[in-house]
Design a protein around this ligand. Structure first.
Ligand code: KG4
Ligand code: ZN
Length: 336
């Protein structure tokens, strides 16, 4: 049968990305234009600046994605786009680009939830087996999601305050690390030791939620107090202690839910899924406890925002013919 080719757009935050995906599992191209350097000096993503960059990059990314995939618009089966959650001005650029191409080339338009995209990025590793549990850890989200079947999402646990990635970025700032700090904190953590014993919020509480603002405050107070008394703390040990606390909570609570629900496959996705400490620790726990749990991480380059993950999600929607009209709008606070 004919191969299904999807042109997929992602522009929810600070990466403009366009990909061409074959049959939901093969990446023909995945062009990613990042704006991180433009946001670094502000210590975070500035929405106005982000929107303007998306406008600048989206046409070029589309041309590059089509060219790299060696396909024409006539070859395409559908056009897909992230329509939320994210920054409204940023989302609108991808949505408008996708609509334009869908209209001009008479192609169906597939709306994609950004967080579903993060989960489905794991399809590039292996077929997903349901029911599964997803630990979604990004700059804006920290959620445990139960999927009874493809396309069915049930939030089991959520953060009550900061997202895991957000906590990384905020404590990174205190260490003088530019935004986004996660990767550098992860690197420093591997050079230090957990000597500060920061709080592990709600780790043994009878709920499946997370909280990282107490940890963040404890970290900041420790650094400020040391500054005041002129004491020099090890950045490596600070990073290692912070990371140990985050990982302890994420792993303990996730494994507990996986056991309770009798889950066989755990997908860890979102920007923080790139964390080496988290990857190592989860593998270790599964081994030590002889768990019958297949832990799947998307490849590192697919953990951050990208068009390929949108294409993988869109392919699931394509099978169900879940299409949108040309009146599709961005939904900045879209939920599952
Ligand atoms: O999924 P993502 O690219 O964008 C959102 O949808 O939010 O996630 C970005 C987040 C940032 O907070 C960044 O610091 C974090 O992922 N991150 C990491 C690592 N790499 C990126 N956090 C911890 N360890 C990493 N290696
Ligand atoms: Zn994301």
């Amino acid at each position: 049968s004919k191969r299904e080719l999807i042109l997929a757009f992602e522009s929810s935050c600070d990466e403009t990305s366009v990909a061409v995906i074959e049959d939901g599992t093969k990446i023909l191209s995945n062009i990613i234009a990042t704006q991180i350097n433009s946001h670094k000096r502000f210590g975070g993503v500035v929405p106005e600046v982000a929107s303007r960059h998306h406008v600048e990059y989206v046409t070029r990314c589309t041309e590059d994605a089509m060219k790299a995939a060696n396909v024409t618009y006539d070859d395409l089966t559908a056009v897909a786009v992230t329509y939320g959650p994210g920054l409204v001005g940023s989302l609108l650029i991808g949505v408008t680009a996708a609509k334009t191409i869908a209209y001009a080339h008479h192609l169906p338009l597939i709306p994609v939830n950004h967080m579903a995209g993060h989960i489905y990025a794991a399809r590039y590793v292996k077929p997903l087996e349901y029911p599964l549990l997803a630990l979604l850890v990004s700059g804006g989200h920290t959620e445990l999601v139960y999927m009874k079947a493809a396309g069915e999402f049930e939030i089991i646990g959520d953060t009550r305050d900061d997202a895991a990635g957000e906590a990384y970025d905020k404590i990174g700032r205190v260490l003088g690390i530019p935004y986004p700090a996660g990767k550098e904190v992860d690197r420093l953590a591997h050079l230090g030791h957990d000597t500060f014993n920061f709080p592990r919020a709600m780790i043994h509480e009878d709920n499946d939620d997370f909280s990282f603002s107490g940890l963040k405050s404890a970290f900041i107070n420790t650094v400020h107090h040391a500054d005041q008394i002129g004491e020099k703390l090890s950045r490596e040990d600070l990073a290692a202690s912070f990371q140990a606390a985050v990982i302890d909570v994420l792993v303990t609570k996730t494994i507990r839910v996986a056991k309770r629900l009798g889950i066989k496959q755990l997908v860890v996705a979102g920007g923080v899924a790139a964390n080496q400490g988290l990857r190592e620790r989860l593998a270790q726990v599964v081994k030590d406890e002889h768990l019958d749990l297949d832990v799947v991480f998307p490849p590192l380059r697919l953990c951050g925002d990208n068009g390929a993950m949108v294409g993988a999600a869109a392919h699931i929607e394509l099978q169900k013919k879940h299409f949108a009209g040309l009146d599709l709008n961005a939904d900045p606070s879209l939920e599952f």
